[in-house]
Ligand binder design. Structure first.
Ligand code: ADP
Ligand code: MG
Length: 237
């Protein structure tokens, strides 16, 4: 416990919530404590990622412990990997069971970028990772949207839900990335319908943000229960 507190202090990690899991000392702990397979550690090494960033140190074990997470850390601090890494570890392998994870991003560009990052981390595993495009919503049939991880903007995904082109009832992980921007862009309604469509009662939701305005806190409170709150750096900056 003392060791956890020191590590958090060193990296300016602030946490709140019940039984917050220990922060990571290093990436090797992913395999020694969480059953991470070698392909992922290999990809991290290949990319030259030697140490987890502060948000990764704390958000990864929170999500790996099956807890919901509300995470706030500055732009450029590695938030993508903080939710992609536990997702890949928990999903383990590709499956034909339907969509098991959904990542919502505020813009198409960010969604495309997150898809690339996801694929880069999944290299060596057979996961199907798909970016929701206009064409898929318009012309795609149900089967074309089958994948393990689906990345989309809220609007596109809401459209696909309306047109009954996706089944999100088996989603185990729902991530709202850049939730401050999602909110600023007025996407609350779309987020709500996506969250409802992810009807599996054991879905684990997480919310990532670069800033911490009141409305993001409010959003976190309304969509999550017993979430661990992780804030890196000084609050409100
Ligand atoms: P954020 O979403 O917080 O703005 P990103 O996830 O886009 O940040 O990451 C910013 C950059 O840092 C990316 O180029 C990413 O590849 C890199 N990065 C992520 N994690 C690490 C790490 N552990 N070590 C070094 N670089 C990293
Ligand atoms: Mg980001």
């Amino acid at each position: 416990i003392e060791r956890d507190a020191l590590l958090r202090k060193k990296h300016l990690i602030h946490v709140s919530g019940n039984n917050v899991p220990s922060p990571l000392q290093n990436f090797a702990e992913l395999s020694s404590s969480y059953g991470c397979e070698s392909y992922l550690l290999h990809n991290l090494a290949e990319l030259g990622f030697e140490e987890p960033t502060p948000i990764q140190r704390q958000a990864i074990p929170v999500l790996l412990s099956g807890r919901e997470c509300f995470a706030c850390a500055p732009t450029g601090s590695g938030k993508t990997l903080a939710f992609v890494c536990p997702m890949l570890i928990k999903l383990k392998h590709a499956s034909k069971d339907g969509i098991r994870a959904v990542i919502l991003c505020p813009t198409r560009e960010l969604a495309a970028q997150t898809t690339r990052e996801c694929k880069r981390m999944a290299k060596g595993n057979k996961f199907r990772i798909k970016l929701m495009t206009k064409e898929l919503v318009r012309n795609g049939d149900f089967s074309k949207l089958l994948c393990d991880i689906l990345i989309s903007t809220p609007l596109r995904l809401q459209l696909a839900i309306r047109k009954k082109k996706v089944d999100l009832s088996r989603v185990e992980y729902l991530v709202l990335d850049e939730s401050d921007k999602l909110f600023e862009l007025g996407m609350l309604k779309q987020i709500d319908s996506v969250a409802k469509a992810c009807s599996n009662t054991s879905v684990i939701r997480s919310l990532f943000s670069a800033t911490l305005p009141d409305f993001v806190e409010e959003l976190a409170r309304t969509i999550m229960h017993d979430a661990v709150r992780v804030i890196v750096g000084r609050k409100n900056t």
